[in-house]
Design a protein around this ligand. Structure first.
Ligand SMILES: [Fe+2]
Length: 449
């Protein structure tokens, strides 16, 4: 059983809903254990990059959030370890400072998260889903905690990418790419329903559903590939201020950027590093580990721009034949392995054209999975937004500091990668599994045809 819609959840018996929640909790924990068991004690406690927490911090933080929300709040039980709340509060300590804290060691951490989980399963056995609390309606708090763990699992995967040393992760390759019929798709525009009021485990920033008008535009069929991006690099794109915004140019100078992160030029050849492996740059794979400013500069160089978040979601969810907004590009069914590269099933994005079955009705591909896609939009609340269950989930991040990313990556779990899911990050960040695609205004003759 995979991710359920509100309708499917409401059809479940109480026992069915309990079993579903338990299965989702178990699935996320199995991944956390895999990512943390893969490295030795030294690699668990050390900081692999100033941008990231030590893996052992993420691990105990996952357990602490689970304790706060499910044991104490939903369950009304006594705290297990109130003394450590402050250590694992993401708002109290920036990532760079976390290694200096008196954190739980690896074995203490493992024992703590197991103890929390035991209590949570007991809470789950006794919880009344129909008690009239929004937090437990459709098991929302459990869904929030499952997603929280899965999101930290993606963050931990990014830490693995930054870790030096012998490779410790392995996965089969994604499907092969294919030649596309057309590099771009004309999207006719129109009014569509953006966001959601019905996905049971959607987070506050995805709500409520609201009508949005989108003007016609042209969007890339697939994400920009390494081969495309290499032409920008070789064409002197990083040395020419005309392609960069003022902030972008200042950043590229200050940070001395010359190519995407994890690219390496050696003996006249481009290589890339991936979870400890060094390989020739795969030209047909979506470019990854570029910041928002690099995406923006490439788009300008290509005579295009980044899509807005509205344009991205319109391309991903609108079905022009029925006028209806779908859950996913391919329809309403949950993502299967044929639709999208999700869930760390493959530890890399698929070459472009690898997921024809995941295409939207208009023929836009690889919107879900593979790489997060930078949009040109700031992270803003939708009209009618209500902070839930707390301001620190989304509200405190709204404004002009963060850019929105959409679609999820190969590292994102399907319980997170909804068609409505919104990610946000600083425009300088490159350690996330992010790429982009371009958009542009249609030419008059394209609109006539
Ligand atoms: Fe967190």
């Amino acid at each position: 059983m995979t991710v359920l819609t509100t309708h499917q959840l409401s059809e479940l018996s109480v026992e069915g809903l309990r079993a579903y929640v338990a299965e989702q909790l178990e699935r996320s924990r199995a991944r956390t254990v895999q990512l943390t068991d893969a490295v030795d004690t030294d690699d668990l406690v050390k900081q692999h990059s100033k941008l990231m927490s030590p893996l052992v911090w993420d691990y105990a933080h996952i357990g602490n959030q689970e304790e706060l929300w499910l044991v104490r709040d939903v369950g009304g039980r006594e705290p297990l370890r109130q003394d450590i709340d402050e250590l694992y509060d993401a708002f109290m300590h920036p990532r760079a400072d976390r290694p200096t804290l008196p954190l739980l060691g690896p074995s203490e951490t493992r024992a703590y998260v197991v103890e929390v989980r035991d209590k949570v399963l007991d809470v789950l056995d006794h919880v009344k889903f129909d008690a009239g609390r929004a937090l437990v309606d459709n098991a929302f708090a459990f869904g929030m905690i499952v997603q929280h763990e899965q999101q930290h699992d993606e963050t931990m995967l990014a830490t693995h990418q930054l870790r030096a040393g012998v490779p410790v992760l392995d996965a089969p390759p994604p499907p092969a790419g294919r030649r596309l019929a057309a590099p771009e798709v004309l999207v006719p525009g129109g009014v569509f329903e953006m966001g959601t009021s019905v996905e049971p485990w959607a987070l506050d920033n995805e709500r409520p559903a609201h009508a949005v008008q989108v003007a016609p535009y042209v969007i890339d069929t697939v994400p920009v590939s390494n081969g495309d991006y290499l032409r920008f690099v070789l064409g002197g794109g990083y040395d020419d201020p005309q392609w960069w915004s003022e902030d972008g140019w200042a950043h590229v100078q200050k940070a001395s950027l010359v190519a995407p992160r994890f690219w390496e030029l050696a003996d006249g050849e481009w290589w890339r590093l991936r979870f400890g492996h060094r390989e020739p740059l795969p030209l047909d794979e979506p470019v990854m580990h570029v910041c928002f400013y690099e995406a923006e500069a490439y788009a300008k160089w290509a005579g295009k721009r980044l899509p807005t978040e509205e344009e991205w979601e319109f391309a991903a969810r609108f079905d022009p034949e029925t006028g209806r907004t779908r859950r996913f590009p391919w329809g309403d069914e949950n993502p299967g392995p044929q639709h999208a590269n999700l869930g760390q099933r493959h530890l890399r994005p698929a070459p472009v054209g690898g997921y024809p079955a995941g295409a939207s009705p208009l023929g836009v591909e690889q919107l879900i999975g593979d790489v997060w896609e930078w949009t040109s939009s700031d992270f803003r609340p939708y009209p009618g937004f209500r902070a839930f269950p707390y301001d620190e989930y989304s509200l405190v991040f709204f404004g002009t500091d963060y850019k929105v990313l959409r679609g999820g990556s190969f590292g994102t779990d399907e319980v997170v990668a909804r068609g409505t899911f919104r990610n946000w990050d600083y425009p300088i960040r490159r350690q996330i599994f992010a790429g982009f695609r371009c958009a542009r205004a249609p030419r008059p003759e394209e609109l006539r045809s």
